[in-house]
Design a protein around this ligand. Sequence first.
Ligand SMILES: *Cc1c(COP(=O)(O)O)cnc(C)c1O
Length: 344
Amino acid sequence: MNYIDLRSDTVTKPSPEMREAMAEAEVGDDVYMDDPTVNALQEKAASMLGKQDALFVPSGTMGNLLALLVHCQRGDEAIVGEKSHIYLNEAGGMSALGGIFPHPVMNQADGTLALEDIRASIQTEDVHHTITRLICIENTQNVCGGIPLTAEYTAQVGKIAKENGLSLHIDGARIFNAAAALHVDVKDLTAPADSVMFCLSKGLVAPVGSMLVGTSKFIARARHLRKMLGGGMRQVGVLAAAGLISLEKMTGRLGQDHARAKNLFEGLKQVQGLRLDARSSSNMVYFDLADHVKLTEDEIIAEMKKRGVLVDWAGVRRFRLVTHYWVDDAGVEKTIKGFAEILK
Ligand SMILES: *Cc1c(COP(=O)(O)O)cnc(C)c1O
């Protein structure tokens, strides 16, 4: 069966054009920095995000970890959102592998960390305290609803970082979704940051890979640490070829996914038994089950699967649906109809 798969944008299989480019990619040994396709991808990523250099990494998790390891030494502290991917969903790598102490700050409903909370979290010089080195923010903020953080907000966080001699890292797994949702150039969102990670493997449709961008010095150190972690890959131009199409062709079409998410949101709002979040901000639709709904999460997932739609829960009686390249208007209609049927 050809399922409509709304579990995540990570499920996106490569487009036919990507598969062709992968088959024909010119390759070399990327540990020797000899792979022309990887080099082209890294140059393009750095230039699009307005940074000096970039590094292709196997996953977003490794990209974030490398940034943390470059910015912080053992025993240093990094300020992170308590609903951030770095804090919740990266297996504690920052502390397990980097000895870095996370300082969680509450995420506001709009996905931001309140500026006064960030300021209050910066450790003062005291023999009892860790040393704060880094602020991490996430754009779009996944768990808060796929909400984009604005350029103005990011600039304010950058200002706090600068005033306090800290670095700013953006977990921009979906930063191109943020740029599309806000109708800004992605550079406007990345300018205040010392480093940014973004994923090619999500809404940008590539099968594998993420990019880390920053200064040449930062990337040189990250390349060394990537080798240490076992992420130095060889003829990886076969993957970078897909990533180039992500940057050239896929960044410009994310608005379509957002429009479909909006349609899905409006449609599901009419379904009895679903309590939609206040809005759909990018490619995600979050909702809770109303109290009167007797079906469990697993029963709903099974019933939707019978109707050709894959969905996943995102907490107790909570669901997240994600639109992407392989979800068309008919898929959106089918999903709304499916929920209306099973909750009738
Ligand atoms: C997916 C994701 C990552 C990590 O990417 P992987 O490639 O799955 O390791 C990091 N941050 C956010 C916000 C994500 O959604």
